[in-house]
Every structure is written in structure tokens, then in C-alpha cells.
Write a protein that binds this ligand. Structure first.
Ligand code: ADP
Ligand code: MG
Length: 339
């Protein structure tokens, strides 16, 4: 065996990057969440070759001050929390301070940013974790990231990427979730020069659903709004007639965050059971909010998983909200086919 040695920072960042950056869609997720945290009202995402060779994300948020730009790319550097106690009351989507350092470790990054207070903006380049320059530049208020050649310096990881078409579909799905979870923000998604999604940002969830899924789904929605204890649920349930053969249409957001959670999925599906055929999954778009201290979002580096303090209470609240919504429509329960 060799001697035990502490790894150098560049190697540590490359390893950490593996937990945050799996594919182009993970970069888009992290950067779009940063834009939301920065108070952006319009976010444009443009990709080429599925995002493998090119991703551009432009926002009109608060920008980053010139002096702060290099430190934003340091591992565990964040403006969003200060102490471990802050983890209990997270109001931002980010907090781990890992995204920018991870992305910069495995790609070529160019950043242009400007705060409202600054007269000129800042252009900064970093590739493979190495700074390549910082200069003054003319720029609009806000932040634009350009990410080129994902995994150019980690060929082993690059091999795990799928075809550009598949990667693009992951980004597209992510943009759908982002647009649904924040109807008050205008999202535009451009794939190989073609605009695919462009929401208005007028705050109407129904308008976003119409834009993304079309008329048939938008015409078959039941609006719900409930409160059980400190769990609030609002949004739309799809009528059982528009149920599909897979779970892709289950959209729910917990405190503004898109996550996957078995408790919530099960509560939704259980409530639909009397109304849908077997092996059909409903369309839903639900916002679920509860006090921050009742959800642990610090479970997974990509923040896709969460834990509830009181699982049963969440299950009950979701089940009842969906069940009541479906029953008030006086839908006719479907006759179950024998298994
Ligand atoms: P985190 O989001 O967990 O704080 P990141 O590595 O994603 O960590 O970002 C580091 C910091 O860079 C953020 O805390 C924020 O201050 C700044 N930042 C990143 N993206 C933006 C943006 N689009 N607009 C303004 N500030 C940003
Ligand atoms: Mg972040």
C-alpha cells in the first residue's frame, strides 16, 4: 500500500463534481436554481448538442460583484447560509456552495455578470478548475454563464453521457419542471437554435400547463387549494381521463423545489386509485409548502431527495387534498379490471 496523502484541491473538486454534475441537465438545474435564488424574473437556457458542447444560461437577477466572482467558484463558498443553524430555515434553493466549483472542475466556464450598483460588468473564465482571467466588460444587469465541453478533462465520465438527443430531452424535462414550479418567472428554452419553451412569467400555473402540455390537458384540470395543519397544498389535478402510462406527469414541488419523494407520490397515486385504471398515472402539478424545519433538504448533493420530519402528516395532507379534489368533481369511479 502507498502512503496516505490528502488529495490536492483540484482532484477533490473533480471527485465532488461527480456528485453534483452527472450530465448537462444537472448543470442547467444548478445554474437555473442559482438564477432563481438571485431573484431573476426571466431565465433563458440555450443548449447545443444536448448541452454537451454548449450551455448558456442568462438571468436578470442581482448579479455578482466583481470582487466576489473568484470566490463564488471556491468549494463550499456560498452567500446563502452562514452557520449550520441556517440549514433549518433554508429559503433558497442552493446552500451547499458546491455547484460552481464542481461545474468549473469538469468544463470550460465563461461568466459575465453585473450588479445594478456597478457601472461595468465582469467577465471571468475558468476551465478545469484553473482561472483563466478576469476583466471588466460592458454588460446588462444580471448573470450569464456559458459552459463548454462538459467532461473535456474527464474522458471516463464523458463516456457515460448519452446521445445529444437524450441529453437534450433531460434538459427539456428539467425546464418543464422549472417553469411549472415558478410560474412567476419567464423561462425560455432554446435547443439547437429553436425555441422549445417560452413561458410568460405572469404567475398563472394554468397558463404554464397550457403552454407546455397543450389544450387537452389544460381543459381537464381540477384546481385545489387546501391547508392541513401547517402543510399547504395548491395547484391542479388532472381528471382521470388524461392519466398516462408513466409517472412523467407527476409534478410536485416542495417549498418551491422539484424533488422526487415516495411518500408524496404514493399519497397522490393512492388517492387516484378509485378513479383510474390500473397502471395509469395521473397528471398533477402541485405546490406543497410547509415550514422549512419540517423538511430536510440536505440529504443528497443534487438535492433531489428530501426527508420529512412527519411523513404520516404529509401523506395524510396530500392524500386528503387529492381525494377531496377528485370527489368534489363527482367523477365516476372506474370499474377495476381483475388482475
Ligand atoms: P450555492 O447556490 O449553494 O450558494 P453555488 O456554487 O451554486 O452555491 O454558487 C455560489 C455563489 O455564487 C452563490 O451563493 C451566489 O452568491 C453566487 N451566484 C451563483 N450564481 C449566481 C447568479 N446567477 N446570480 C447571482 N449570484 C450567483
Ligand atoms: Mg447553487
Amino acid at each position: 500500500m502507498s502512503k496516505i496523502q490528502v488529495l490536492d484541491p483540484v482532484t477533490i473538486d473533480k471527485i465532488a463534481a461527480g456528485e453534483v454534475v452527472e450530465r448537462p441537465a444537472s448543470i442547467v438545474k444548478e445554474l437555473a436554481e442559482n438564477a432563481i435564488d438571485a431573484g431573476a424574473t426571466a431565465i433563458t437556457v440555450e443548449i447545443e448538442e444536448g448541452g454537451i458542447s454548449y450551455i448558456r444560461i442568462a438571468d436578470n437577477g442581482c448579479g455578482i460583484e466583481r470582487e466576489e466572482v473568484p470566490s463564488a467558484f471556491l468549494r463550499h463558498s456560498t452567500s446563502k447560509i452562514r452557520t449550520v443553524d441556517d440549514l433549518i430555515h433554508i429559503h433558497s434553493l442552493g446552500f451547499r456552495g458546491e455547484a460552481l466549483s464542481s461545474i468549473a472542475a469538469v468544463s470550460q466556464v465563461e461568466l459575465i455578470t453585473k450588479t445594478a450598483e456597478e457601472t461595468f460588468g465582469t467577465r471571468y473564465r475558468i476551465a478545469g478548475g484553473k482561472e483563466e482571467g478576469l476583466e471588466e466588460t460592458g454588460a446588462k444587469d444580471g448573470t450569464t454563464f456559458v459552459i463548454r465541453q462538459l467532461f473535456y478533462n474527464t474522458p471516463a465520465r464523458r463516456k457515460f453521457l448519452k446521445t445529444p438527443m437524450t441529453e437534450a430531452s433531460h434538459v427539456s424535462e428539467l425546464m418543464t419542471r422549472m417553469a411549472l414550479s415558478h410560474p412567476e418567472i419567464s423561462f425560455q428554452f432554446i435547443n439547437n437554435g429553436q425555441s422549445r419553451i417560452h413561458t410568460s412569467g405572469n404567475g398563472s400555473l394554468k397558463d404554464v400547463i397550457y403552454h407546455i402540455y397543450g389544450r387537452e390537458i389544460a381543459m381537464n384540470l381540477i384546481e385545489i387549494q387546501t391547508e392541513a395543519g401547517d402543510v399547504k397544498i395548491s395547484g391542479f389535478l388532472g381528471k382521470p381521463v388524461i392519466s398516462r402510462g408513466n409517472r412523467n406527469f407527476e409534478n410536485y414541488f416542495i417549498n418551491g423545489r422539484y424533488v422526487k419523494n415516495q411518500i408524496v407520490s404514493k399519497a397522490i397515486e393512492d388517492a387516484y386509485k378509485d378513479f383510474t385504471m390500473q397502471h395509469k398515472y395521473p397528471f398533477v402539478a402541485l405546490q406543497i409548502t410547509m415550514p422549512g424545519e419540517e423538511v430536510d433538504v440536505n440529504v443528497h448533493p443534487a438535492k433531489l431527495e428530501i426527508r420529512f420530519q412527519n411523513q404520516q402528516a404529509v401523506y395524510n395532507a396530500v392524500y386528503e387534498a387529492v381525494d377531496r379534489g377528485l370527489r368534489k368533481e363527482e367523477l365516476i369511479p372506474q370499474v377495476k379490471l381483475e388482475e
